[in-house]
Design a protein around this ligand. Structure first.
Ligand SMILES: Cc1cc2nc3c(=O)[nH]c(=O)nc-3n(C[C@H](O)[C@H](O)[C@H](O)COP(=O)(O)OP(=O)(O)OC[C@H]3O[C@@H](n4cnc5c(N)ncnc54)[C@H](O)[C@@H]3O)c2cc1C
Length: 486
């Protein structure tokens, strides 16, 4: 197998695939994917893609994004996102992608929490991510090496030369002039999450091990409504649009208790609804449900086909039956620090894009449906930078293919302990005592004779906890509750 490329892309979500699609066919590109290509968050995205509906809406989209980000966004990144959004969507449409339209052929825009107007495009009803992913896979002209997990980056003297991978029980190096990390967020660090099973913060951990900075790692977003019963690692997300269109959050007696926390009830921003559900469950020990009785069955089935069929497979008759819910980890605003072209400071020829990256665009809280747009807009900028700077010839250094032991006996139990620790102590509601407790235990685990993959998770968990400890006051998704132990 060939092991030397112009461009190596890590990840087959919207950010990785669209970076490849934005590059010319003449380049020698390889994409690697830890599992099947579709086992990524992009594939599971339901609601849609946010985009300014016209010129006048760009400044409103900027305003909504900055407000959701609670004053913590990089304004320049937000302006890039919102002003380049319409062009990025037009490029996708010009390639042949079809968003949902009305009977007259006009694009259908819906609304989600904290958007001041209807600007969410969707496809296949609630299957936007799946439709986009399938479309991009159909357009792709370069190979994907499946079941290939990156275990290290080949970095020397401030320059990246490729990545070390595990594929078919073999460790080997893949060399490239340009390396793009498009490996998504950190879902698997938490006990309850909505993310694909491949999303376990490996690349963030590898970056830390090379001294590459992560930013805003305390900023983790939790989704208020997931079905968390059952053994599936990825918890079924129950889209925000359900509440937007009439679903109610109730307790066992049908009480809409979220109003006790915020006058907007179910339509309050997702972090407020998440905290309300989490807190109410803890205080009352009651089960909490999503009540869909406001929906008429035929409309529900047509508007939310994925949720309808996924829940039907588990045995729920929707919209008749109410669904037991819990908040779950959903999205990482924090990530590998990059500039607005995806470049990573201090390491030449290395980029990060999509959920893995932190440009500051989401600040302390992501505005709903801005992340698919981020993948489209910033992958284009990464590709443009690659085209400007890729060397015709590059002397490739040869690196050893020796790798540390990736997994050891006992890692699985520690991994589960870590997930619980992160969920309970570095999750929706935090306090100093519990964060310190979690920090101490993570430090202990790092010193144990563990495999490298678990170590990478621990490094990122420690970074999240440390960042949370540093930020003493609540901001956006980072919520510090009163510390009863102090
Ligand atoms: C259930 C759900 C619903 C969502 N709904 C929406 C929505 O409606 N609108 C919206 O804007 N956003 C939504 N989001 C968020 C959005 O889907 C993600 O932020 C976005 O898709 C991330 O794209 P990405 O390309 O950066 O990463 P991903 O799509 O997550 O892809 C990451 C890729 O990296 C690979 N990878 C990871 N680690 C390694 C490794 N070590 N080696 C090799 N490969 C690796 C994975 O296998 C995968 O292919 C949703 C997220 C979820 C989970």
């Amino acid at each position: 197998m060939k092991t030397s490329y112009d461009v190596l892309i890590i990840g087959t979500g919207i950010a990785g695939l669209q970076t490849a699609l934005n590059l010319p066919k003449s380049l020698n590109i390889l994409i690697v994917s830890k599992d099947y290509a579709w086992e990524c968050n992009t594939f599971y995205a339901q609601g849609g893609v946010a985009v300014a509906v016209d010129e006048a809406d760009i400044s409103l989209h900027v305003k909504d994004t900055l407000e959701a980000g609670t004053g913590h966004c990089n304004k320049e990144a937000v302006e890039v996102l919102c002003s380049n959004g319409p062009l990025a969507i037009q490029r996708l449409i010009d390639m042949g992608f079809e968003f949902d339209k009305d009977e007259k052929g006009k694009l259908l825009y819906t609304k989600e929490a904290a958007h001041s107007q209807n600007r969410i495009l969707h496809a296949g009803g609630d299957a936007t991510g799946r439709y986009i992913h399938l479309f991009m896979m159909e357009q792709l002209f370069c190979p994907i090496l499946y079941n290939t997990q990156v275990t290290d980056l080949l970095i020397e003297d401030g320059e990246c030369y490729g990545a070390r991978v595990l594929h078919a029980d073999r460790i080997f190096n893949l060399y490239a002039k340009k390396v793009i990390i498009a490996s998504g967020g950190v879902g698997s660090l938490y006990e309850y999450h909505t993310n694909a099973r491949t999303i376990s913060a490996d690349m963030q951990g590898i970056c830390l091990s090379h001294g590459i900075a992560l930013a805003d790692m305390e900023m983790m977003q939790f989704h208020p409504t997931a079905f968390v019963l059952g053994n599936a690692v990825r918890k079924q997300l129950l889209s925000e649009s359900l509440r937007g269109e009439g679903a109610k959050v109730v307790d066992e007696e049908g009480k809409r208790f979220v109003y006790e926390y915020d006058t907007r009830g179910e339509l309050a921003p997702r972090d407020i609804v998440s905290r309300a559900i989490f807190d109410y469950k803890q205080k009352t020990q009651k089960e909490v449900y999503l009540d869909l009785s406001a929906f008429e069955e035929a409309h529900f089935k047509q508007r939310f086909p994925s949720i309808y069929f996924n829940m039907k497979n588990i045995g729920y008759d929707l919209p008749r039956q109410r669904i037991p819910i819990s908040p779950a980890f959903h999205y990482a605003m924090g990530g590998i620090k990059t500039d607005l072209e995806g470049k990573i400071a201090g390491v030449k020829n290395l980029y990060a894009v999509g959920e893995a990256a932190n440009t500051g665009v989401h600040g302390a809280n992501r505005l709903a449906s801005n992340s698919l747009l981020e993948g489209l807009v910033f992958s284009y900028r990464v590709a443009q930078d690659i085209l400007k700077t890729i060397a015709q010839e590059k002397t490739l250094k040869v690196f050893s293919e020796k790798e540390a032991i990736l997994m050891k006996e006992g890692d699985k139990e520690l991994k589960n302990e870590l997930r619980n620790l992160m969920w309970c102590h570095a999750g929706i509601m935090r306090d100093k005592t519990n964060l310190e407790k979690a920090f101490k235990r993570v430090e202990e685990m790092i010193e144990l004779p563990i495999g490298k993959l678990l170590k990478l998770r621990l490094l990122v968990s420690r970074e999240i906890i440390q960042s949370a400890l540093k930020r003493k006051a609540s901001l956006g998704a980072h919520y510090i509750k009163e510390d009863v132990n102090r």
